[in-house]
Design a protein around this ligand. Structure first.
Ligand code: SAH
Length: 244
């Protein structure tokens, strides 16, 4: 009865110059099963087919952190945060794949975080912890502000909103990785304007297609180069209602 995830060793190798170990493949498989189970009670994802899950949840999550997989990334134990992680994407595949990182999985919905807590236990992932809260509040919290090397964010809002959620949480020199589907030049202009106000610069915009269905994706890499002014992030709801 088990839905078996494909291994796709060759595609991993060709696209990311990386392959999962036997243990990582087993963790991906268990993650997939737990999401299918959880989907019966919680509305976690509409992606349930094994190939689609592999592509849109696993591969897509890891494609964004390709720079961490292919280079000897410094610092050696980076502190990551995944903002609006939902059912755990991109955060959980990243946790499985980069065991030397510590990662905080943030979401405003308690039900989703409870679900993720169970996944972390089941997969014996000790390098991740969960946090319930709004990015606007966490970004003003002394324990979290300027505390992270890398902030990941996928499918949470417009890019300038993502910039306002991520940049305050980064240390200077840290990197925000914003996952997008389609992307236009006009959006680059808006994002440019937002990151200027937040102490960031757009370092790279990468366009690529997914390996099975050839869907278009973009990853935006924004570097924090200056302190973020204390008025950012603005109060809960303001970033999304009045994007920078
Ligand atoms: N990143 C996941 C989920 C995207 S759905 C994925 O790509 O599959 C967006 C998630 O962001 C939801 O779970 C929602 O609860 C959370 N979210 C939205 N706004 C947020 C905010 N301001 N702070 C924290 N979490 C937020």
């Amino acid at each position: 009865m088990t839905n078996l995830l494909p291994e796709m060793a060759e595609i991993w190798q060709q696209t990311l110059n990386w392959q999962p170990t036997v243990q990582q493949q087993a963790q991906f498989q268990r993650l997939y099963e737990l999401i299918l189970e959880g989907n019966r009670q919680l509305n976690l994802t509409r992606i349930t087919d094994s190939q689609e899950f592999w592509e849109k949840h696993l591969w897509d999550s890891l494609r964004g952190i390709a720079p961490l997989l292919s280079t000897n990334f410094s610092p050696t134990s980076p502190a990551l945060i995944d903002i609006g992680t939902g059912a755990g994407f991109p955060g959980i595949p990243v946790t499985i794949t980069v065991p030397n990182c510590t990662i905080t999985l943030l979401d405003s919905t308690r039900k989703k975080i409870t679900f993720i807590d169970n996944i972390l236990t089941e997969l014996a992932l000790t390098n991740a912890k969960t946090l319930i809260g709004r990015a606007e509040e966490i970004g003003q919290h002394p324990q979290h502000r300027q505390a992270y090397d890398i902030a990941l964010i996928r499918a949470v809002g417009a890019a300038s909103v993502c910039a306002e959620y991520t940049l305050p949480l980064l240390k200077q020199g840290g990197l925000a990785i914003i996952y997008r589907g389609n992307w236009t030049k006009e959006e680059t202009t808006d994002l440019q304007n937002a990151v200027n106000q937040l102490g960031g610069v757009i370092e790279l915009i990468e366009k690529f297609t997914t390996p099975l269905s050839d869907s278009t994706r973009h990853c935006l890499y924004v570097r924090k180069v200056a302190n973020t002014a204390l008025n950012f992030p603005r109060a809960v709801g303001v970033p999304s209602q009045k994007p920078l």
